[in-house]
Design a protein around this ligand. Structure first.
Ligand SMILES: Nc1ncnc2c1ncn2[C@@H]1O[C@H](COP(=O)(O)OP(=O)(O)OP(=O)(O)O)[C@@H](O)[C@H]1O
Length: 620
């Protein structure tokens, strides 16, 4: 599935309006200390605040959808549709990344709040040691998910319904409340559920027709795993590819069409049950992976079609080294990818003209379209207020401050539905799907080269099987001919034998020829036996390797029949040999009366002839 919907040729419809109006920044003197009671009542502020640590920058990278802000005279710039960058039309949304901070309530075991203060307007958080940080919104610790939703997600969802892509991600140290915010708890819905409800309510109310496709994946130990791949073969590391239309694509990522909020949540919860979690020092059920839920929405209204992708990410939390080796390994991957994200955010916030290292981690690569200006972005940073986590909290706040500096310049995906447009859209979709099929095929071939896929070994085994069948056929025919020939020769010899006296030298010659035939038959039989056991072994091996679904049953039963047939023929040869064996005894009993000769020699010969006749009758 593609990470972002196709860009459309836009026809201006109407000017964009600001997402939210915002109150002006309050004075530092009116901040709310966060007391141990964490009450919502705002009291007089604590005084000592240093200036924000937000870097001041003045650069804009031309051509990029993302820019750093050229002026920080008011760092509280709201997400808005302004003509800040002048040259861009009304179909382009401009503003900064929206950054909100959510402190979690103090746990019973936490020592103290570490004297954090939140101002009355709810946009500055300050600490004596760390200074003052200003964001779009700083919630109080007792804010519930509905309040967070209204500020963090709803404005983004509104824009998504207008045809812009939107990304919301929760960032913060382990146990600070990211998953609690995104997924809620037993007593309250999370942002994902609230977003799903609102999405379907609005789609039903405002559009003639719509489609919602849902994908859910996690990045665990730098591997991309499809969490909704319920039936297909497990793929433990999906590939990310560049895509000229969609920015990037996750090759082979499954997408489920959902018709209602209920269906969406069911699919999500089913996928989420597979997400990796474990117990850490700060969280009994810590997410060990970054999880990304993608909702691809197509909306039709009158003669226009809009596309957007709503992307909700619950990132894994940064943490100090764990004592358990498995946790340590996971932690190293998590910290590495969060560092990569932090570096990318820092470079973007500085308006760097240099290379942005999106490829340093799967997380930044996956978020590349969002971070590089293809999506409206809202970040929820969750923090602990306890004094024991001060340094981690400051790190999170610095990350948030840097993110706040990044300007967005996002295109709208709306298209007037003329036949030509529809045709072009279908062609593009067709091209995309062809490309995806090609990628998957190449990937299959690659895998075969390295490891030999099931299909490959099946093809190989089928070929071997065919060769074995042909050999068996050939041997059978050879054997039949030889069998008939030798039986005939044998019979002739035996008949001739009857015509000569034992003392006649020709008698000895015939017996010698019978002996040679006997030895030859023994050799042939030994060869056949060993070849048959070789074939049996090969068949057994093939049967154990081949999948049950593959219809070798027909082939193997054919082979079984052939082997049984060969065994039958061997048996008949055995009887010939036993007859021949008796004939050799004749030499030892050359002397004796005609009665004895008849008893010892002629009767067995007659028996042999009778057996041969039976055998030949059977063959015809
Ligand atoms: N705002 C909150 N109100 C009530 N409980 C909360 C809040 N935030 C977090 N918690 C509780 O704290 C615990 C840890 O929260 P959560 O799992 O959301 O942290 P996290 O940031 O996702 O951690 P990790 O990165 O380890 O997954 C949970 O039991 C959660 O219910």
């Amino acid at each position: 599935m593609s990470f972002r919907p196709p860009r459309m040729t836009n026809t201006p419809t109407r000017a964009q309006t600001p997402t939210r109006s915002r109150s002006s920044l309050g004075s530092a003197g009116s901040s709310t200390p966060v007391p141990s009671s964490l009450s919502k009542t705002r009291t007089a502020a604590s005084s000592t605040v240093r200036r924000p640590m937000t870097p001041r920058v003045s650069l804009a990278s031309p051509g990029s959808g993302l820019r750093s802000r050229s002026s920080m005279s008011n760092i509280n710039t709201p997400i808005r549709a302004s003509s800040l960058l002048g040259s861009i039309g009304s179909q382009t949304y401009q503003g900064t990344i929206k950054v909100s901070v959510r402190p979690r309530p103090l746990s019973e075991t936490a020592s103290s709040t570490g004297s954090w203060n939140i101002n009355k307007q709810g946009n500055i958080i300050a600490n004596v040691e760390a200074g003052e940080f200003q964001y779009d919104k700083v919630f109080l610790p007792d804010a519930d998910n509905s309040e967070i939703y209204r500020d963090v997600v709803e404005p983004v969802l509104e824009k998504c319904l207008q045809g812009y892509n939107g990304t919301v991600f929760a960032y913060g140290m382990t146990g600070s409340g990211k998953t609690h915010s995104m997924q809620g708890s037993e007593t309250e819905n999370g942002l994902i559920q609230l977003c799903a409800t609102e999405l379907f309510r609005k789609l039903n109310a405002e559009f003639n027709a719509f489609k919602v496709g849902c994908s859910y994946l996690e990045i665990y130990n730098e591997k991309l795993i499809d969490l909704l791949n319920f039936d297909g073969p497990a793929t433990d590391d999906l590939r990310i590819r560049d895509d000229p239309t969609f920015g990037i694509r996750v090759v082979g990522l499954s997408e489920h069409w959902v018709a209602s909020e209920k269906e969406l949540i069911e699919v999500f919860e089913r996928g989420d049950s597979a997400r990796k979690t474990s117990c850490t020092n700060f969280n009994d059920r810590s997410s060990r992976s970054h999880a990304v839920l993608l909702m691809r929405v197509e909306m039709k209204q009158d003669s226009s079609t809009r596309h957007s992708t709503v992307c909700l990410c619950d990132l894994a939390g940064s943490e100090k080294a764990s004592s358990q080796s498995e946790r340590r390994k996971e932690g190293a991957f998590i910290n590495k990818s969060l560092l990569a994200l932090s570096t990318v955010i820092q470079k973007l916030s500085q308006g760097s003209f240099n290379h942005i290292p999106y490829r340093d981690s799967k997380l930044t690569r996956l978020l590349q379209p969002s971070l590089s200006g293809e999506s409206i972005v809202s970040i929820l940073c969750t923090i602990h207020l306890s004094s024991s986590t001060l340094s981690e909290t400051i790190n999170t706040l610095r990350f948030a401050a840097r993110a706040k500096n990044i300007l967005m310049n996002v295109r709208r995906n709306e298209q007037q539905d003329t036949d030509k447009d529809r045709y072009e859209q279908l062609v593009r979709e067709n091209e995309r799907q062809k490309q995806e099929i090609e990628d998957l095929k190449r990937e299959q071939v690659g895998k075969r080269l390295w490891s030999g896929s099931d299909d490959d070994s099946v093809a190989q085994l089928t070929a071997e099987n065919r060769i074995l069948n042909e050999r068996l056929e050939h041997l059978k025919r050879l054997h039949d001919t030889e069998n008939v020939q030798s039986a005939m020769e044998c019979q002739e010899n035996l008949q001739q034998l009857l015509q000569f006296e034992v003392s006649d030298p020709r008698f000895s010659e015939i017996v010698a020829s019978l002996e040679r035939q006997y030895k030859m038959q023994i050799c042939q039989i030994e060869e056949m036996k060993s070849y048959i056991s070789h074939l049996e072994n090969q068949l057994r091996r093939q049967m154990s390797v081949m999948k049950p679904a593959i219809s070798v049953a027909g082939n193997s039963s054919d082979k079984d029949e052939e082997i049984a047939d060969l065994k039958r023929q061997l048996k008949s040869k055995d009887s010939i040999i036993s007859a021949l064996r008796q004939s050799t005894k004749v030499r030892e009993t050359i002397s004796g009366s005609s009665e004895r000769r008849e008893k010892l020699f002629l009767r067995p010969i007659e028996n042999t002839i009778a057996v041969q006749k039976e055998h030949l009758k059977g063959q015809h």
